[in-house]
Design a binder for this molecule. Structure first.
Ligand code: C5P
Length: 231
């Protein structure tokens, strides 16, 4: 895989106009974009189609979870957009429905095991009798057995999940910070090179690129670091 295709830039921006301006500034430096709640609910799904027509890959990060029929029909609509990745929460019914519904399309389903903002106390408050590592491992194994295409995980979890995931599953990791970058609200961070060494296939990077004084130079530096780590 081209190092450039391993970088996914999170378009965490308030409007399509802002996202379009950022994509123009980034130009050929970036080939893969993530659209989450903020942009998706402000015209971002139509913008996803624009990006796909411009030969960019798109990751729709809407973390679906509903009854099977609703998940399946939602996944069919995202597949028609031409998106490359879509996230769902790692509940067995939801994962089964999503995997069945993406068949015959180029869409790949990524499962979110346990949100990285959750600790053991949050899981207990939500009614689970598992620690975070236990539930992450259990859900990753279920995702593998159901035929999910990949997992979203912290770079710290990547090495462990490489041992659970099947060979064909992709690991996609946010929480990436180049040396010297502002951490923002991320608590567990890794550099691009360390995340690749830990087994990540794709890195999701938002603020270190979109809030940089020169976003294109920031993206090019990360792609160069990825290229160095994958050689
Ligand atoms: O700006 P930053 O690089 O921290 O952005 C990371 C992106 O990855 C954001 O879109 C955030 O919602 C997403 N994400 C994350 N941690 C997760 C899952 C997704 O930071 N566990």
């Amino acid at each position: 895989m081209d190092a450039r295709d391993r970088l996914i830039v999170a378009l965490d921006l308030p409007s399509v106009a802002a996202a379009d301006a950022m994509v123009t500034r980034l130009g050929d430096a970036v080939s893969f974009y993530k659209i989450g709640y903020q942009l998706a609910f402000a015209g971002g799904l139509a913008f996803a189609e624009t990006l796909i027509r411009a030969k960019k890959q798109v990751f729709i990060d809407l973390k679906l979870h509903d009854i099977g029929n609703t998940v399946a029909t939602g996944v069919e609509s995202v597949a028609k957009l031409g998106a490359t990745f879509l996230t769902v929460h790692a509940y067995p019914q939801t994962m089964h429905a999503a995997v069945d519904a993406r068949k015959g399309s180029g869409l790949r389903i990524l499962a979110v095991t346990v949100l990285t903002s959750y600790d053991d106390a949050d899981l207990a408050a939500a009614g689970y009798d598992f620690t975070v590592p236990e539930l992450v491992a259990e859900r990753a194994a279920q995702a593998r057995d159901i035929g999910i295409d990949g997992l979203v995980c912290s770079a710290e979890e990547a090495a462990k999940l490489r041992g659970i995931a099947s060979a064909g599953m992709v690991l996609v990791t946010p929480g990436i910070r180049p040396v010297g970058a502002d951490k923002g609200d991320q608590k567990r961070i890794m550099t691009p090179a360390a995340a690749i060494a830990a087994g990540a296939d794709h890195l999701v990077v938002g603020r270190p690129i979109v809030e940089a004084p020169d976003p294109k130079a920031a993206a090019e530096a990360i792609v160069a670091e990825i290229a160095g780590a994958t050689r």
